[in-house]
Ligand binder design. Structure first.
Ligand SMILES: Cc1ncc(COP(=O)(O)O)c(C=O)c1O
Length: 253
């Protein structure tokens, strides 16, 4: 991802470089975990033209797509017939309805060749889905929208609370408001901690996910899960922002 004045966008030149160097598949995460972007039609169309030019594939992980705050969702395979031909889409009810333990992933095949390949794969290589997971996912997609709408309302209050809190603490630049997911991606590079996750754990008593887990570009970032009661969230934010203000690098700058 690229971080510019308007937030995060796909790093198209780097993707092109990787394809030029022989990469065969782009793993697209839309909505993006961790930055919370929901890519629009023109961004996805640009990617599809690039991927098509190199004869490569896209695996589009759209697991977080039901959890959005008003931004329209465009499935990657829907942007063009070429995109449908060269992509496989993954989704699930596991995030939005919080049922990962029930094991039911969904893979959407959008070209006949992939369907043939899939059909002859041995059953064991396709992983196990549970009957309970199938029932729960069906119930979620068919009847779970009212429940999800309420959950999104609560999450949205928390999402805005994170933004407000950071702004009031003079740390507004740390986060770009996520358009989806229950995750906030904090850019803590200015504080100069070699391991900000550990710093926050030890100095604020707050567990985040280390940005390093998201690849090389994640160094200096942490991911915060805001799907928690607001009292817990505000307490965590208070402790994190005070620990960050005490950072040696920032204090001396
Ligand atoms: C983008 C994305 N895809 C897939 C997964 C895995 O989902 P599941 O727990 O349903 O296996 C996660 C879970 O963190 C995720 O964030």
């Amino acid at each position: 991802m690229l971080l510019g004045e308007n937030g995060y966008s796909l790093d198209v030149p780097e993707i092109e470089k990787a394809l030029r160097q022989g990469a065969r598949t782009v793993l697209l995460c839309n909505p993006s975990n961790p930055v919370g972007r929901v890519f629009n039609h023109s961004e996805l169309a640009e990617l599809s033209v690039l991927v098509e030019r190199f004869g490569a594939r896209v695996i589009s992980d759209e697991v977080h797509s039901p959890l959005r705050y008003g931004t329209k969702f465009v499935p990657y395979a829907s942007v063009s017939s070429a995109a449908a031909e060269h992509s496989i889409t993954l989704t699930s009810a596991s995030k939005a309805w919080n049922i990962p333990g029930l094991r039911c992933a969904i893979m959407v095949l959008t070209n006949p060749a992939d369907q043939l390949t899939w059909d002859v794969l041995p059953r064991a290589s396709k992983g196990g889905i549970s009957p309970l997971g199938i029932e729960a996912s069906t119930a979620a997609f068919k009847q779970g929208q009212p429940w999800l709408n309420e959950a999104i309302k609560l999450l949205d209050v928390n999402r805005l609370a994170v933004g407000d809190y950071l702004k009031r603490a003079g740390l507004g630049g740390v986060m770009c408001m996520p358009e989806a997911t229950y995750l906030a991606w904090f850019d803590l590079r200015e504080f100069g901690h070699p391991d900000p996750q550990r710093y926050l754990m030890e100095n604020a008593g707050v567990a985040t996910t280390s940005g390093d887990e998201h690849g090389v570009g994640g160094a200096g970032f942490v991911r915060v899960n805001f799907a928690t009661p607001q009292s817990v969230l505000l307490d965590a934010l208070e402790r994190m922002t005070s620990a960050l203000r005490r950072s040696p690098t920032r204090n001396s700058s």
